[in-house]
Structure formats: C-alpha cells, structure tokens
Design a protein around this ligand. Structure first.
Ligand code: NAD
Ligand code: UDP
Length: 320
C-alpha cells in the first residue's frame, strides 16, 4: 500500500541540517515519524542529511526562519540558531533575529495548527553563573550589552515568548536548556572547543586554550541529548519546563585538551591565548529535575563519546 504522510505524526525540525538537528531527524525517522527538516544552511551542512534524502518519510525545506513558515505539522522542534560563539558572533543582529523572530514564527505556527512545540534553549541563559551547579530556579547573570548577548538574550527572549504564548494562547510548549553537547557531525570549523581540539590534535597542530584553561564545562554526548529532547517532547503536558539537559560531569578546559591529546596519541602542544570577553568561568547542570520528571540522565561517559567523535573527524580528514 502506498505510504501517506498523514499515517504518522508529522514533525518539523528547524535547524534540521545542523549538528543536533540532523541526529534528531535520524532518530525521529527511526521512530516512524514523517520528518520535515527546515534549514537555511548557515551553519548546517547538506552532508549531515544526505543519507536521508531518498527516504520517503523525509523532506527538506530551504527557508530562513526570520520569515514566517506555513505548514501542517503535529510537533515542532525549534533548533534553528547558530550555536558556536564564532558563528553567532559573525552576524549578531541576525542571531538575535533568528532566536526572537524564529520563536514568534514557530509559536504562531503551533498556535494555528495546534502543534506541540519544543524550544532548544541553552545553559547560556545562566550567563557567567554566580550559582554552581546551575538549576532551573537560577535567573542567571547575563551581560546584556556584551558580545555573547545576541545569543544569550535572544534565547532568553525566546523563552519569554514561549511562556507568554503558553499562558496567553494555550500553546502546548516544552523548553529545554541544553548544556554543551558534542559528537559526530559537529562542523569541523565551527570553533567550539571539542571540535577545535580534536581537529588540532589529529593534525598535530597547537591546541588553542583560551585563558589559562581553568574555566569548566560539562560535556554531553549527542545520543544522550537526543534521548532527552524526545523524552521532553513526549512527556506529560503539565511539565513544560524549563528543564536542564546535560551531563553533570565537569571538566577544566585544559584537562579536556590533555584527554584529547592522549586519546588521539597526538604530538600537539598547548598554546595559551587571550581569554574571550564574558567567557563563563564555570558551567555544570543540576539535572535533578530531568531525572525526576523524565527519568532521563546521560549514559555515555566522556571517554566513550570522545572516541566516537575522534573517529568521525579522522574519517572526515581522510576524505571518507
Ligand atoms: P548548529 O549550528 O549545528 O545547528 C543550527 C542549525 O540551524 C544549522 O543547520 C543552521 O544552518 C540552522 N539555522 C541557523 N539560523 C537559521 C535561520 N535563520 N533559519 C533557518 N535555519 C537556521 O548547532 P547545534 O549545536 O546543532 O545547535 C542546535 C540548537 O541547539 C541551537 O538552537 C542551539 O542554540 C541549541 N544548543 C546547542 C548546544 C550545543 O552544545 N550543541 C548547547 C545549547 C543550545
Ligand atoms: N575554548 C578554548 N579553545 C578553543 C575553543 C574554546 O579554550 O579553541 C574554550 C572557551 O573559551 C570556553 C570553552 O572552551 O571557555 C567552551 O567553548 P565553546 O565555544 O565550545 O562553548 P561555550 O563557551 O559556548 O560553552
């Protein structure tokens, strides 16, 4: 019998050609959904979704989410937004527009077609946190006029819009605050710490440490993050978030560099460079709420996650 898209739930993934979005598309298709991937390819890559293009349950729309979108869907994951500081600072006005106008457009769509909509928010809403670890009750410490503000304040405003559409228009929302996530399909030049260090180590180039490397992050492997996103989308309607998703194991940046040098058996040396403005000094999620409400916690430790990410970049450099 011929397949008809309305036989299964239709899911829109904005930013679907990006790092997290493409893994999410894979997983949703495996679960039997009909998936529409929307992207403007600013930081996303066709190679991330190339393997899906022949799938009859998958379609791609090239579209910039600063413009409205009209579709018929049941669920929306709103991931469209550059996530690496290098990319979101490239055109900061556009970054704010993408978060704010993008939120308005997915919320308007969700309101019109009565779809459930999940916002990919971020640990950056906590800014350079004065509370450690960060739980969802913390309101954050963001410099509203700094170079990270286009991303941080854009995402904060998007959270505001999600909760106002929920209260004012009864839109069925979910808000997740994603902490640093890494894995295969990160853009090799996107400037984030895990991809930078692995690419540098594999080429025996200096490992660029910003500041003294004493700042911390907590790294979650992509497969765990995708589990969390899907659990939150399909969780009870009375739990809309915000909820932290991330791996609570905290690492110093300099220790991450040593770890990657060891795993890649690299001859790279450490190079200490100037610290970027407003770089958060410590970041670690308190995931008690996700554990309690979603029964979710990460399962893949840093060593295993890094090994699989290193293999991805090895293949990429070898032209595989
Ligand atoms: P990414 O840059 O790989 O993916 C973002 C995708 O959005 C790209 O495919 C890009 O082309 C697309 N996009 C950007 N602007 C757009 C626009 N105006 N219209 C349509 N598409 C647009 O980044 P990622 O790591 O996959 O992040 C996905 C989402 O998760 C982002 O919203 C990001 O803020 C959030 N997030 C990610 C992390 C992380 O560590 N990866 C942490 C916190 C939050
Ligand atoms: N970082 C670094 N060298 C790099 C890239 C990043 O030392 O080549 C540091 C950066 O200053 C920050 C941390 O690693 O303290 C994480 O940076 P990333 O850009 O990955 O994410 P974010 O700052 O948004 O958490």
């Amino acid at each position: 019998m011929a397949y008809h898209p309305f036989d299964s739930e239709r899911v829109l993934v904005t930013g679907g050609a990006g790092f997290l979005g493409s893994h999410l598309c894979d997983r949703l298709l495996e679960k039997g959904h009909y998936v529409i991937c929307l992207d403007n390819y600013f930081t996303g890559q066709k190679r991330n979704i190339f393997h899906l293009l022949e799938n009859p349950h998958f379609e791609v729309i090239r579209h910039d989410l600063v413009n409205p979108v009209f579709l018929e869907v049941d669920q929306i994951y709103n991931l469209a937004c550059p996530a690496s500081p290098v990319h979101y600072q490239y055109n900061p006005v556009k970054t704010t527009k993408t978060s704010v106008m993008g939120a308005i457009h997915v919320l308007g769509l969700a309101k019109r077609v009565k779809a459930k909509v999940l916002q990919a928010s971020t640990s950056e809403v906590y800014g350079d946190p004065a509370v450690h670890p960060q739980d969802e009750s913390y309101w954050g410490n963001v410099n509203s006029i700094g170079i990270r503000a286009c991303y941080d304040e854009g995402k904060r405003c998007a959270e505001t819009l999600f909760f106002d559409y929920h209260r004012q228009n009864n839109v069925n929302i979910r808000v997740v605050r994603i902490f640093n996530t890494y894995g295969p399909r990160m853009h090799p030049n996107d400037g984030r710490v895990v991809s930078n260090f692995i690419m540098q180590a594999l080429q025996d180039k200096p490992i660029t440490i910003f500041g003294e490397g004493a700042q911390t992050r907590s790294f979650c492997f992509v497969d765990d993050m995708i589990d969390g996103l899907i659990k939150m989308m399909n969780g009870p309607d009375d739990f809309v978030g915000p909820v932290n998703l991330g791996n609570p194991v905290e690492s110093k940046i300099v220790d991450l560099a040593q770890h990657i040098i060891r795993l890649t058996r690299s001859r790279s040396e450490l190079e200490f460079l100037a610290e970027p403005a407003d770089d958060p000094k410590r970041r670690q999620p308190d995931i008690s709420l996700a554990q309690e409400k979603l029964g979710w916690e990460p399962e893949i430790d840093l060593e295993r996650g890094l090994e699989s990410t290193i293999q991805y970049f090895r293949d990429l450099l070898a032209g595989a």
